[in-house]
Design a protein. Structure first.
Length: 260
């Protein structure tokens, strides 16, 4: 392995400050953040590659939240477009490093930096689609960087994670996450077959999450972060007042507020 490309120095103070902002944003804008199979990430030891679909502006903030909540003892890194990091250089202190996959040099730089991340036993988070894509868009069409990295680090497991934002019964949407089974033993595969295997694993995880999302069963998920609740709204404050005066029990769920 070649380690001539320096890693960004993560600032714990900056990371804690960002984590508070991320938690606040999700509490304010979502009913909750819920996950399935979170143990797949929690039980991870040593280096790990976590790869996810990329459908929303919220994804990077969500990955920060998941990293801090589920694997706080690990160091976490992620690639970001070089142009974005030039505009916001402070992001390097959060573990983000620049990538320009439009050039051969940029791809080689990504591989060198990612190898160094993994050699230190850290976690690398990546979105191999390299663009925003709807969760219903298949095939996933990964860029080749992830398979190239996996081929160079065959001992490192790859963990697929599906992300979906959806409305259930509340005024605000839910953030739903499902972790798939980690992939091992990919040293003998060609780049094309490995890319296909990685795409299939994430596709299967996304389809399972879609089924769970359609079922609207919160008990099938673990709550990672509780956000907005109906009782916090001004509307329900007035309802509580009226119910108290009438000595009646107030049900705050929005489940019955349907159009017929």
């Amino acid at each position: 392995m070649s380690f001539d490309h320096e890693l960004p120095v993560i600032s714990d103070i900056t990371m804690r400050f960002l984590a508070r902002i991320v938690r606040s944003q999700f509490r304010r804008n979502f009913c909750s953040v819920m996950a399935q199979n979170a143990a797949c990430l929690r039980r991870s030891k040593g280096p790990l590659i976590v790869y996810a679909n990329h459908s929303s502006w919220w994804d990077p903030m969500l990955l920060v939240l998941l990293a801090r909540k589920l694997l706080p003892e690990q160091r976490h890194y992620a690639p970001i477009e070089a142009s974005a990091l030039r505009r916001y250089p402070a992001l390097r202190r959060l573990g983000l490093f620049p990538v320009d996959l439009s050039t051969t040099h940029g791809t080689a730089q990504f591989l060198r930096t990612a190898e160094r991340v993994l050699a230190q036993g850290a976690v690398l988070w990546t979105t191999p689609q390299g663009r925003f894509a709807d969760t219903r868009e298949f095939p996933l069409a990964f860029r080749p960087g992830l398979a190239g990295l996996a081929a160079r680090c065959p001992e490192v497991p790859l963990l697929p994670v599906a992300i979906e934002y959806t409305f259930w019964d509340g005024r605000l949407p839910e953030t739903l996450v499902r972790f798939g089974d980690a992939l091992h033993g990919h040293a003998a595969l060609s780049s094309e077959r490995l890319t296909h295997q990685l795409e299939c694993a994430l596709t299967a995880t996304m389809l399972e999450l879609q089924k769970a999302s359609c079922a609207r069963d919160a008990s099938a998920f673990e709550v990672i972060l509780a956000g907005w609740q109906p009782r916090q709204s001004f509307y329900n404050f007035r309802r509580r007042q009226r119910a108290s005066l009438a000595k009646k029990r107030l049900v705050l769920s929005h489940e019955r507020m349907r159009l017929l």
